[in-house]
Design a protein around this ligand. Sequence first.
Ligand SMILES: Cc1cc2nc3c(=O)[nH]c(=O)nc-3n(C[C@H](O)[C@H](O)[C@H](O)COP(=O)(O)O)c2cc1C
Length: 253
Amino acid sequence: MKILGILASHQEHGLNAKMLSEVLDNVNPGVETETIYLENYDITPHKYHEKNAVLDELSQKLMDSDVWVFAAPTYFRELSGVLKNFFDCMRPKLVYFKENGDTIPGQFKNKHYLSISSCYVSTLENFLTGVTDESFKTIDRVMSAAGVIKVGEIVLPNTFGMKEIPNNKKELCHKYAKKISVKKRKDDSTVKRYIQLFFMIAVMALITMGIQLPLQNWIGTNFWLNYVSFTVIFFVLLACILHFMTFVKHRRR
Ligand SMILES: Cc1cc2nc3c(=O)[nH]c(=O)nc-3n(C[C@H](O)[C@H](O)[C@H](O)COP(=O)(O)O)c2cc1C
């Protein structure tokens, strides 16, 4: 079992580096770890038919590990350029191309990843405006194309003037260190997702019927009024939950 830390910050010993160390130094005994600092590599795109020793070396490191931990600060509300460049240049190794140009997951399918990002803005501002969302979304988009499975996210807001990582974030890093130390089979969250879906529908149906109660004078026992009001209320709740899951699901605090 091996975990690869991929540091993509301008600062080799900054807060993202510290967060990454906090995870890697606390994995279970016997789990091998390695950290690569992307700024140390001259990462350039693959030229047709030419060997690219740097990409080959990095690709081998990705292949030799079971879990990747990306630590990349948010720059201008986006993923740090060095990690984006790494993803762009690694594209031919991350995905296979079909004849029509579509991509399918490549050689790293079913490996796992954890994302770490940070921002200067306060916890409250990040919670309300999602400054770090794009960083996580970009990592997720690339990993999803490559068939790599997400373990989780850690966000560190409020970094302006920060020298040391707060204890609650250290504890979160330790929690994830334990989580990624255990070898996982493929995507083992399918059952979890069905259970979540069941409870989501159960709670939404309960809220919908709760909202219908005060409308009973107007609805009465009319089947069609009951049906239409239930459908409309359920639809609005579903739209809100889907919006939340799609746009606001990233860690912000
Ligand atoms: C070029 C650059 C752009 C940044 N842009 C933002 C930003 O748009 N919003 C923000 O909250 N923080 C921004 N930051 C702060 C970083 O996200 C980060 O929290 C900080 O650099 C700490 O990471 P480090 O110690 O690993 O370098 C920026 C920092 C740099 C160097």
